[in-house]
Design a protein around this ligand. Structure first.
Ligand code: UD1
Length: 412
């Protein structure tokens, strides 16, 4: 049974790594018994291509080299999506997988789901991290989520809101599986390894005479990620957020591993005076927003674990922060991940300076407490592989699996 797994952008890599590992485990068990072996085919669209946006994640997460690399690169949404579709169609025709797995909500997710949906015969389409909704159609990811979910045959959901959203949109219950969160599978699997990262030392965040990575020895700092077009592309919006962080920046160093888009916008908007750029910090300087390169997976997990506070406009980092027990302020008006708000470990700070200031003050005094939502137990990938195998086995009559499913889809 051929399973094609698609990755394209940075947040995809940690979501597929556990699935590939679960396939290996399944295959060893199948080889001992009479089960069918799964043949994974890893496709990388090349949506993200810099060493620090892609290669380092393959190394940190022990991902195998992609079997197929499409080398698509950057472009407008239409150009990027179209180019992935054009190149991926050939890959599907040549490889004829039984199942195609896409994850998350990036352009690669949508493009490949759309190509697969129009093949005849087509592979079964499985969407991991289905059902999340911000209800904000200005976000490109929201369109990607909605369309991918409606093209998919099997929808693997991370949190209860996903079940509600999908059933409200008319997707039949028998296609929806609440399995947990493969991004958290990776986090739980690699959290201890991240403790041996030297990033705290290399960024000068450790007190001088104590052991490396020792939490007591770490200077209090906040960790910032900010790259959404709505937050950085327009100068006023970007300035509003940075202004909202100034109070915090006076008391804490804010470490900002900046996405290439944000680095480019800082230069274009002339925002350099807001940031410190030096690689080595001035140890006398307690605060400021310190811009550093994008970090690899293990270094970033280490930075998250040891931060006093996380500030982010990312989706996945909200989830990781609550599981690590580090208070988070989300620099957006909404979240598609409401489970992260349930216990107050993550709050919506919005994108206006006053709201951000209030949220930061509130979260700075919150005590650190891990919050593990239902099913976020490190076993999501195993459940996904189990469902895929049992589904494929029950449709083992040679007929394209999509036919039996397509009849059950309710369309308005
Ligand atoms: C994409 C995802 C977003 C996710 C983010 C994580 C979509 C619609 N968005 O946004 O959901 O949170 O990835 O990083 O898919 N660039 C580089 N090197 C790279 C990749 C990108 O320099 O390796 C620069 C290019 O100038 C590019 C820009 O970043 O134009 C944006 O990249 P793109 O893949 O279009 O979207 P992201 O903003 O990264």
């Amino acid at each position: 049974m051929k399973i094609m797994i698609v990755v394209g952008a940075r947040p995809n890599f940690m979501k597929v790594a556990p699935i590939l590992r679960a396939i290996t485990v399944y295959n060893s068990a199948a080889a001992q018994g009479s089960g069918r072996v799964l043949q994974p085919i890893l496709v990388h669209t090349g949506q993200h291509y810099d060493a620090m946006m892609s290669d380092t994640f393959f190394a940190d997460l022990h991902l195998p080299e992609p079997d197929i690399f499409l080398g698509v690169g950057s472009g407008s949404h239409a150009v990027q999506t179209g180019e992935i579709m054009r190149r991926f169609e050939k890959v599907l025709l040549e490889n004829t997988p039984d199942v195609m797995v896409v994850v998350g909500d990036v352009n690669s997710t949508l493009a490949c789901a759309l190509v697969a949906a129009k093949m005849n015969p087509r592979p079964l389409i499985a969407h991991v991290e289905a059902g999340l909704r911000s209800f904000d159609r200005q976000m490109p990811e929201e369109s990607n989520r909605v369309v991918t979910d409606h093209l998919s045959d099997l929808l693997f959901v991370t949190e209860a809101s996903g079940m509600t959203n999908l059933s409200r949109e008319g997707i039949p219950a028998e296609r929806i599986f609440f399995v947990g969160n493969t991004m958290i599978d990776s986090l739980l699997g690699f959290a201890s390894k991240a403790d041996s990262s030297r990033v705290l030392n290399s960024l000068g965040l450790c007190e001088r005479h104590e052991g490396e990575g020792d939490r007591r020895a770490v200077r209090p700092y906040a960790l910032l990620t900010l790259h959404r077009p709505a937050n950085v592309d327009v100068r006023e919006a970007f300035v509003e957020i940075i202004e909202g962080l100034q109070e915090l920046a006076r008391s804490h160093q804010i470490i900002f591993p900046a996405h290439p888009r944000s680095q480019a916008r800082i230069r274009e908007h002339g925002l350099e005076p807001y940031f410190q750029f030096e690689a080595q910090p001035d140890s006398q300087r307690a605060g400021g927003i310190r811009l550093v390169s994008p970090q690899g997976y293990l270094d970033f997990v280490c930075l998250m674990k040891n931060a006093r506070l996380i500030l982010t406009d990312s989706g996945g980092i909200q989830e990781e922060s609550i599981c690590l027990g580090v208070p988070c302020v989300t620099l957006r008006e909404n979240t598609e991940r409401p489970v992260t708000l349930a216990a107050g470990m993550n709050v919506l700070g919005g994108v206006r300076r006053e709201g951000i200031r209030c949220a930061v003050r509130q979260q700075l005094v919150r005590s650190q407490q891990k919050q593990m939502p239902e099913m976020w137990d490190g076993k999501a990938a195993e459940r996904i592989v189990e469902v895929l195998v049992s589904f494929m086995s029950s449709h083992d009559d040679g007929a394209p699996a999509f036919k039996s499913l397509a009849t059950t889809v309710k369309r308005d």
